[in-house]
Ligand binder design. Sequence first.
Ligand code: CP
Ligand code: NVA
Length: 311
Amino acid sequence: MRSLRGRDLISIDDLTSEELRFIIETGLDLKRRFYAGERVIPVLRGKTLLMIFQKPSTRTRISFEQAMLQLGGFVISLGWKEMQLGRGETIADTARVLSRYVDGVVARVYKHEDLLELAKYATIPVINALSDKEHPCQVIGDMMTILEKKGRLGGLTLAFVGDGSDNVLHSILLAAAKLGVNVRIGTAEGYDPDPQILRSAEEQAKASGATIEIFRDPKEAVKGADVVYTDVWVSMGQEAEREKRIRDLSKFRVTPEVMGVAKSDAIFMHCLPAHRGMEVTDEVIDGPHSVVWDQAENRLHIQKAILSLLL
Ligand code: CP
Ligand code: NVA
């Protein structure tokens, strides 16, 4: 396996399936060590991570900051508008300057292309903390959670119900294809995944033996699933389409009835923040199948894995 050191993580497709598995195993190992009392493993002592946010964040920001501290490093977190970026300094010039100061950049942006631009001109690792296209760190953590709960990944079936063009789903599609997890999407007409992502996932699924299917009925998608996953119907940046999205996706809510057609030991996942009563009901997210709090916790452990390997 090629070393991960110095590499960017913009898309799940920046990783081979072997590298993806290795990050997940490292995350599980760091979690075990954390609970065994090794709260700080100072492999990044003397290193600084810069975090740039164009949109709000609770989990990503706090888990990355805490991850860096638990690895012995230091963090600077800034909003896009607090930097000269907000006044029009180019991404390329910013990237060149940052590379002289810090050891890595984590950025949450509206446009995925902006991350690619940052990565093109930075000589330090650039990590995607969510863009309009993907949310790779979320999904690597999610695969760790599924492995932890189910004891395996290959051969499992994940049903995603809701917005089929969601950034988190895009990363799920790519990761699942690499890891041999079948994906069944329940979404409305006009909300299918990005064709380029779908093509890449389908191509890789052939090699891993996984399948990808799209349904227009939530229960059809969830039937017999091991994992039921949803995300918001209105992602950050899509506020202007709010009413239309709610109307179009109203059938794709995860209710106890929908959950009822999954396997009896199925787990419910949501990247959070949840819009309770919209894409998922309280009974499901607070119910016995839900693993959302463990899922949120694993962001911390997987990001320690990502940072320690890339930086
Ligand atoms: N799941 C996730 O990325 O949450 P935040 O928006 O709070 O970071
Ligand atoms: N799809 C959501 C994920 C939030 C973590 C959004 O982009 O707003």
